[in-house]
Design a protein around this ligand. Sequence first.
Ligand code: SF4
Length: 132
Amino acid sequence: MSAEALVDYFRYENMQQQHPDFCPLYAKNEKCHEMEDLNCYLCGCPHFRFCDEGIDRIEGKVRYSLCAIDAKEGRALETENAIHQDCSNCLLPHRRSFILKHFDRDWMKIMEKCEACPASEQVVSVEKSPKH
Ligand code: SF4
């Protein structure tokens, strides 16, 4: 099966029908993001960075996660002591074109940079690219 065909197989409607247990939202007939052509192949996003112990500190708050490309649809969710990345308005990882751009049959390979604990290099060199 080609990469394109494999990604197309992961369309929300097809997955809901063929693999009802893949996502708990299928049974409720709900989507994680209201959009046409929602694709479930990248349920996670390769640009998401996280560290359970905290990536760094900003003005005394521990930042636990961030977006490596600072996507304009993402935002920081701040509490009294913590900062988390809020991706709820970002549709990028569910778009077919984005998935094909980052595609690998080994899903973990696509996600390999996501864990960004202080010992890892990603924390120091957070990728930056123009907002899109
Ligand atoms: S804001 Fe968008 S691109 Fe950035 S980590 Fe979240 S889902 Fe990925």
